[in-house]
Ligand binder design. Structure first.
Ligand code: GLC
Length: 563
């Protein structure tokens, strides 16, 4: 055991909260900090250890808090700094850790720094952002998310210059090349760490370094800007500096959102000896069902289980000696896990939701669950544009309108792909609006809270998705081999069943996960099922299993301890 580099953030299970959608207590239809505090006993009862809280800072909400206008204030809709301090104190009492969101690639255009920066070319804050003086002509093309013209340069009349915004026009990019900007970010991090915050998830962190000569985009990146954005010349220098000056001074965790980072670059971020980040989220799975470089368009054919396995096997291998990985199936930017990777039909919803939970909790790498995943919340499938609230959907709609692209196709796509699928309110009970609010919710509640997908009813059923989740979390936490053990793929070619072993010293486990709507038989030569201990299954185990064969029901998950 001595050789294991044990850390709390490797052994913990993370629960992500999108505060806008979790629990409203003020009656404005928007979730708030007090709502989270009220629900801490529930969160603790899940067995999770760490809460990742999406941004709660002051923001005009162009991108729901990912556009920050003051890093040291709480968004009025969510409450006050006293509410925050109370939440943190109540979490500490329960032994829960808090990870915040660091959104520092960009600020809001309403941030004081930007307000100053745009005033004049010689303003003290001018160099906090990326400006291109118009007398140099039109700046070299940069692509933007959420921009109605997909253009990352916005002309600003006041100083006859363009500013850079990789996201919406209201999210100007900070200029990390300016040491004063970095010092501001580090001071702000210290402010939160000194309050007792336990870490940060770092929003689009690979984008922070830019070539400030703003050259024409190299040919190989035409059509796909992301790898160019995520590989700026001074990226690792900045991460290392941030680690040296701030992160290393505290017992905290960091997890980067690593858009555009490829597997051969992985260790540059998380190899402990390099002193940068602890972990990051890769995007390979999140692109598996998407159309090439089109991050928000679904691909036309169905993804294959062998592709899914290959992604996870490759990413497990890269961290087997150094660094540490993450496991996630959804978050606030992607559709719900059970609708996307499982099967949310009436018949298969329960088994596929619990099967996917089993997957995350039996892989190496810190598991991240997104609120509602523990009760199997599904996609919203909004049919009407009016129901969508996300700037990503709304502005892409406008862009396509200009290009005369079929908007019905677009809505069909958004039903599967939109971020709003994951942003509908938490389904607490059978009360109006699922117990989320007593007012009109800011975004529609999924009506399936009435048909079993709510906490109140699932609490009462011993075999509910919720209670399975609790059991499975306990199993992970009480078997070190499921956390640190080596991973080995079994049956690599099988398109119905994902099978693997985990082993640590003498501990050995076999995990069988059916991704199929049919019953499926597997045969594994060197496993004798009759001699193995069943730790958990989300369905009855069929008795006809013989020594080397096992029949899995649709979406069945089983975890065996082997001897
Ligand atoms: C990240 C966030 C996303 C946000 C974007 C811009 O991808 O997860 O929600 O829109 O960055 O901050």
């Amino acid at each position: 055991m001595a050789q294991l580099k044990r850390r709390w953030w490797k052994e913990g299970v993370v629960y992500q909260i999108y505060p806008r959608s979790f629990q409203d207590t003020s009656g404005n239809g928007i979730g708030d900090l007090k709502g989270i505090t009220e629900r801490l006993d529930y969160i603790k009862s899940l067995g999770v250890d760490i809460i990742w809280l999406c941004p709660v800072y002051e923001s005009p909400n162009d991108d729901n808090g990912y556009d920050i206008s003051d890093y040291r204030k709480i968004m009025a809709e969510f409450g006050t700094m006293d509410d925050f301090d109370d939440l943190l104190a109540q979490m500490k009492v329960r032994g829960l850790k808090l990870v915040m969101d660091l959104v520092a690639n960009h600020t809001s255009d309403e941030h004081f720094w930007f307000q100053e920066s745009r005033k004049s070319r010689d303003n003290k804050y001018r160099d906090y952002y990326h400006w291109w003086p118009a007398e140099k002509g039109i700046p070299p093309k940069r692509w933007s998310y959420f921009d109605v013209d997909a253009n990352a340069w916005k002309y600003d009349e006041q100083t006859d210059s363009y500013y850079l915004h990789y996201f919406s026009v209201k999210q100007p990019d900070l200029k990390w090349e300016n040491r004063a900007v970095r010092k501001e970010v580090y001071d702000m991090l210290r402010f939160w760490f000194d309050k007792g915050v336990d870490g940060f998830r770092m929003d689009v962190i690979p984008f922070i370094s830019k070539d400030t000569t703003y050259p024409e985009l190299p040919k190989e990146f035409k059509g796909d800007f992301i790898p160019f954005y995520s590989n700026g010349p001074r990226l690792h220098e900045f991460l290392n500096e941030m680690n040296n000056e701030v992160l290393s001074k505290y017992d905290i965790m960091t997890v980067g959102e690593a858009l555009g980072v490829t597997i051969d670059q992985a260790l540059n971020f998380v190899d402990e000896d390099r002193k940068e980040l602890n972990m990051f989220f890769h995007f390979d799975l999140m692109s598996l069902d998407r159309d090439g470089n089109e991050a928000f368009w679904m691909r036309s054919d169905r993804w294959k289980l062998t592709e899914f396995k290959e992604i996870h096997s490759k990413w497990d291998a890269v961290f087997s000696e150094k660094g540490w990985g993450t496991m996630y199936l959804n978050n606030h930017d992607f559709p719900r896990a059970v609708s996307r990777w499982g099967n949310d039909s009436k018949e298969h919803w329960r088994n596929s939701a619990t099967m996917l939970q089993t997957f995350l909790l039996t892989m190496r790498g810190t598991p991240f669950f997104y609120f509602g995943e523990e009760i199997g919340m599904t996609n919203a499938n909004f049919e009407r544009l009016d129901d969508y609230k996300d700037i990503n959907t709304l502005n892409r709609y406008k862009l396509l309108q200009q290009q005369n692209i079929d908007l019905e196709d677009f809505i069909e796509n958004e039903k599967k792909a939109s971020r709003d699928n994951a942003r509908t309110p938490m389904q607490w009970s059978l009360d109006t609006h699922a117990g989320f609010t007593n007012n009109t919710p800011w975004i529609k509640v999924n009506s399936n809270y009435k048909t079993g997908i709510n906490v109140e009813e699932q609490e009462k059923q011993s075999d509910s998705v919720l209670n399975y989740f609790r059991k499975m979390v306990k199993i992970r936490k009480s078997h070190l081999g499921l956390i640190y053990g080596g991973y080995q793929l079994v049956l690599p070619e099988n398109e119905q069943v994902y099978a693997y072993t985990r082993s640590l010293d003498t501990e050995r486990y076999l995990i069988l996960l059916s991704f199929s709507e049919e019953s499926t038989q597997v045969a594994i030569d060197d496993i004798e099922f009759s001699k193995a201990d069943l730790l958990i299954s989300n369905d009855e185990c069929q008795t006809e299993k013989t020594n080397h064969q096992f029949t899995l029901k649709p979406y069945q998950a089983v975890v065996y301890q082997l001897h």
